[in-house]
Design a protein. Structure first.
Length: 121
């Protein structure tokens, strides 16, 4: 189900209240001209899963945190921030999941270019 970034928190709250209480995963896909964030949420009792899709333009990459609704979002949000350069508003900056690299953007972005430290390897 496609939603706007501004609707994310409200939609997550509504889904949780209606039984979709298990956050399966969060990830993103880079389509070059835009990125799509994907939230997979499951209703365990009814064995149903919904996917929330949020399109983001490369010049405005941010999403609100959903940690208050789903504490398991912590690692997924950190990964999205580090790997896709999607800023997560409302989060405290934590240490990186992986080592620092000197590339120009997140390594899972299509335009990722290895920095000088890695070109000689």
């Amino acid at each position: 189900m496609k939603i706007k970034r501004e609707e994310l928190l409200q939609k997550i709250g509504e889904m949780k209240a209606s039984g979709y209480s298990y956050l399966v995963k969060i990830t993103a896909v880079d389509y070059v001209d835009h990125l799509t964030a994907l939230y997979f949420i499951r209703d365990i009792d009814k064995n149903k899963e919904e996917t929330l899709e949020i399109d983001l333009v490369p010049t405005d990459l941010w999403l609100p945190t959903i940690i208050k609704e789903h504490t398991s979002a912590d690692w997924y949000e950190r990964e999205m921030s580090e790997m896709f350069d999607i800023k997560i508003k409302g989060r405290k900056a934590g240490r990186l999941l992986l080592e620092r690299w000197d590339g120009t953007q997140g390594p899972l972005r299509k335009g990722f270019a290895w920095g000088e430290d890695y070109k000689s390897m």
